[in-house]
Write a protein that binds this ligand. Sequence first.
Ligand code: SAH
Ligand code: SF4
Length: 461
Amino acid sequence: MNVEVVDAQASSFTQGDGSSNCASDVATPTDKNANKVNLLGMTRKELETYFETIGEKKFRAAQMMKWIHQLGVTDFNEMTNLAGALREKLSRVAYVAAPEVVHREYSNDGTRKWVFRVGDGAGSLVETVLIPADGRKTLCISSQVGCALDCSFCSTGKQGFQRDLLPAEIIGQLWVANQSYMEDTPVGERTRTVTNVVMMGMGEPLLNFEPVVASMQLMLDDHAYGMSKRRVTLSTSGIVPMIDKLGDVIDVALAISLHAPNDELRNELVPINKKYPLVELMAAARRYVERGAPLTDKSAQHKAVQAKMAQKAAVTLDDDQDDALEPSRKKHVTIEYVMLDGVNDQPLHAKQLIQLLNGLPSKINLIPFNPFPHAPYGRSSRNRIMAFQKALSDAGYVCTVRTTRGDDIDAACGQLVGQVADRTRRAEKWKQKIVEHQNANTSKSDPTSSQRREILRTRGS
Ligand code: SAH
Ligand code: SF4
């Protein structure tokens, strides 16, 4: 597969000269912007307040959001419906900048990957991946640099936690991805292209709550990205109190990284389970589903008409239109389940999972394990995955198997910035473990269950 690789040094991902609005206009927060405020990550409410504090009318917020998020314009001088004096004032006190792109790869199958620098040093990098499939373009967004939770099968966890991302650094990933399709398009003809967002990149989104929620508000806001709430998914390893809090403030799709059907195994794979065990997690998932507001009659009828028209015109139905044809369809959670050879993929695990779900409105997504160097697991065989899927389907659950895309550019979700160096103690210990593992010459074959336990026990996290 051919991959186009563009390195930061070779491209012009620096402050633009205002002559165009393409990706080369992405500004880095340079000294020039010191003491100025970045408008990119502000929600509508925050922008309205901001404009009022600089003596302007609130409605400027909606105008500004359209320029930034829908048209991809970052240079105030090009915002033609703003008065000259306002443009001049904004240039003095504000700026619009996504995080700096230091590397990007575009695969021939349409997969795209960006590496952003969000601070100094090699450890301050995050990745974003765009995966096209079934007429959708799904963007996998990071919420933190590294992750503190150290799930045993996750390469992000091996890097330790560096810091939370700011709202501009989170929404900036979506802005850059859309921008990559707009580069050669005149401002007036630009349309947004990312159709779905999943918060499944680096980090635990519910441990960076406010910035993640602010970014998702922008995704849903009609003046910014106007995405359907079903097309924005937050994935969590199970921070129980924050699942409830999420339901209090925003209605987006929820995915739960379950990966094990009993506490003993989940404690090993997803250590946060020791704090929030399965009984609490499943209750929180149920509460989240139950609080989902059903479509009102009016909006259901309206959408049903639209959906029928779309069907007549043989247009592919999107998620909203599906809902319209079936307005009573219940909200559900997605259950993510990574398939680890001989660890959590046995018939007994499928049986336990069915018991655990106990009718929870859910769709199960089986994820073939993405290996990383010296991971103490192997990927379940195709037959094993199919048998697991069949057991769940036979029990009445919709169960899909995630196709692995972008393997050639290390773009699989949960595998982001796997090779990026960092300086945390956990990463150092993991590297040391790898060296010991290599010396012991056990790396040629997949580790056995006892080797795996030994690696986990001794890696010192
Ligand atoms: N922290 C959040 C979101 C980021 S991880 C969470 O855990 O849900 C996104 C998804 O990738 C999670 O379901 C995670 O369990 C999965 N994942 C992590 N490492 C993986 C690997 N090596 N192979 C397959 N999936 C993995
Ligand atoms: Fe963090 Fe999610 Fe990886 Fe676990 S799976 S270490 S929560 S990013």
